[in-house]
Design a protein around this ligand. Sequence first.
Ligand code: FES
Ligand code: FES
Length: 509
Amino acid sequence: MADVVFELNGHEVVVPDGTSLLVALRETCGIRSAKDGCAPQGQCGCCTVWVDGEARVACVTPVSRVRGRSVTTLEGAGAAVADAWSERLCATGGSQCGFCTPGIIMRLAAPRRQGGLTKESVDQALLAHLCRCTGWQTIVEAALDPVDVSVKREHATTRAAIEGRTVQSVAPPVAMGNGGFAGDTYPTDAMVAVRSAAGTWHVHDSLVEARAAAGIVQGRRSTLGLNWPIEVPDESEFVRTLRTTWVEPAYLEPDAVWCQPGGRAVGPLVNGGAFGGKRSSWLADEARRLADENDRPIRIALTREDVVRLGAKRPPMAAGVRADGSGIVWLRRTEGAARFIAERFPTWTLHEVDVPGPLTSLDVRGAVWAELSALIASVSPPEERGDHVQSPEGADAWARIDDDGVEITVRCGDVLDHTVLRSYCIGAAHMALGWVRTEGIAVDAMGEIHDLTIRSFGVLRAVDMPPVAVHILDDSRPPVNGSDAVFAAVAAAAWRRDGFPSRWPASRE
Ligand code: FES
Ligand code: FES
């Protein structure tokens, strides 16, 4: 195959044919702003670049198609685009982990984009993208509203780390995709480890070789419907019951790790974004083992399908609550659940149930306590501010939902940075609405996952989101995570708003 010559950020480059544009950009040309969130599914928008000034998804564009054409990435888009947009997104909280952000900037700022930026046109443009963190609203605000980018934000990173539950920076470079993800920072002489569907590691000098050896086959969304694997044996003793299904955390950055022989692994939790979803990852140990075995630096590159197969899910459950707020929960057996429920919910009885399926973890955002908190809130009238939830750390959140949107009040100690806390609360509201209404993955009776594409997780799109208003109450206590309490409160309010359907997600089969 003849090499492909094209112009990249104003300079001619020559790359091998036979790959996607994204592989050529990242693996041959060293571009880091275009991210691989789902390649080759073409569904998350993280790899968006300009081809002759038009936004294009690079992971499904064969590199041969840009022969002789002009390709621009965020690195070459110029200060008027990169600096201005990253500062605006930072100023509204429209970028958290920053993995999705470069692609969104490239979409919204494309030179050949038709028409101006309006709420409707931005929502439409965002249909090509997914974001797990922000809940969209702050991205739309960055696109539409003039914001003061000069405000000094000393404590923004501290609040972001508290809310993201891992190290997280808040600065324009993060919004430009420079959050330091392990998939971007590996040593240039690192070998690549790719996992086959059977679970074998294939270690090669290049990503293309490793993927070919592993026989990577693109996952598809299945036609299998969701199932709710656990039932309430006798509903008659309860005021209200709830059954939940397998839920994918759906973070955008696929777990990536690199390690030197004898060294300490970098990743997968580098710049937040997973809300606990990556805490159970064992890839750091695996990268160290492979580096030692090969006596070379190793980077592990998971595909989206790998992430779905290997990553921890919310444990499915069935539960019933009595009028006094006590109840019984039948939970997919999950490490730590027995102790947690005994300590936090002493009037509840736990029955652990063995259900075949993927790994489940209490690390996933608010797992178990958010469900039980929503059940308990459901048997009392809402307070004036709405359904109230208190997190195990002592944060209070209230939420109510009406035709005008979602209204949240949160109190979680020293605010530190209003913009960041507000942004995380809006993101938590987005995640909660999706959880109650649309999020879930199909797992069959043998425990095999069938939904392997990022669009099949049911994450709400920008056009699906109602406006979210956030009221933040300051207090003198040390800061604690507030957005997890918001997540539970919004779930409780959405459940009430929808008439307490007995299964989540309620709006998807
Ligand atoms: S990586 Fe290209 S659309 Fe997701
Ligand atoms: S900021 Fe969008 S996925 Fe994290």
